[in-house]
Design a binder for this molecule. Structure first.
Ligand code: MF3
Ligand code: CO
Length: 249
């Protein structure tokens, strides 16, 4: 069931989103060569708690971390680890969820560390742009499929692989609510978009093949060809005009 939020609920999601946006900005300054993904996770947790909020992904489906931290060919759901040391040239995906007074916000960024290959830098920039292309269609009266179609139409010119096994989603009191929001065009139109629906839109784009698999750790999703992947996500609310992006400061 796709829920329509009350103005009061939107207000709480706006607060959650603001906290997550601030935390993402703080993490951007914290990431540098030599830091471990465990240290980034602990830093994220401390920043979230400063705002009297909690990390939504902590133990969600038994996930063993606060934030998902995925490096290079790791697409999503990377487990923070003391053994994973960030180095020059890496791209680091930080995917975080914040729970504030029972309402969720979900957002992801991909950070460039030092000297990143030009083709990878472009992948990251275009993945972010794909989100903003989708925003043009996140409007009252459109359908869910208009969002994925916009992402696919923008991305296909670059020959990248769009991840199909994981999708965007509704969000509210739970991190994952209906509807599913694919990052590609589908046969079904999907539900009609209405005011005060809240979505997490999250293109996951691979430099090479779209195919992914889950690592033996049972969490980390990786590209089959070992090439890098980029992720960008925000929580948004549908309005009478442009969508409002709640998790971007
Ligand atoms: N970050 C994921 C999303 O964007 C959800 C993570 S689920 C977890 O939808 F269990 F891995 F935390
Ligand atoms: Co999400």
């Amino acid at each position: 069931m796709v829920t329509i939020k009350s103005d009061r609920e939107i207000e709480l999601m706006r607060d959650a989103g603001k906290i997550l946006g601030l935390v993402h900005n703080a993490i951007a300054d914290f990431i540098k060569p030599g830091v471990t993904t465990y240290e980034i996770d602990k830093f994220a947790e401390k920043e979230v708690k400063k705002h009297n909020a909690s990390c939504s992904f902590y133990h969600l489906y038994d996930f063993p971390g606060n934030f998902c931290i995925s490096v290079n060919d790791e697409v999503i759901h990377g487990i923070p680890s003391k053994d994973k040391i960030i180095k020059d040239g890496d791209i680091v995906k930080i995917d975080g969820g914040v729970n504030y007074k029972g309402y969720q916000s979900d957002a992801a960024r991909t950070h460039l560390v030092g000297n990143v290959k030009e083709e990878v830098r472009l992948l990251v920039e275009r993945t972010r742009q794909a989100f903003f292309e989708a925003m043009k269609y996140a409007k009252v009266g459109n359908h869910i499929n208009d969002i994925g179609t916009a992402i696919e139409m923008y991305i296909e010119q670059f020959g990248y692989g769009i991840v199909e096994d994981y999708v965007g989603h509704g969000i509210g009191q739970k991190v994952h609510e209906d509807p599913e929001i694919p990052n590609y065009a589908t046969v079904k139109k999907g539900i009609k978009i209405k005011k005060n629906m809240t979505f997490a839109i999250e293109p996951m784009i691979n430099l090479g093949t779209y195919e992914v698999y889950t690592d033996v750790d049972e969490w980390t999703v990786k590209t089959v060809d070992g090439l890098p992947s980029s992720h960008y996500e925000n929580t948004i609310v549908i309005t009478d005009n442009e969508p409002e992006i709640l998790s971007l400061i």
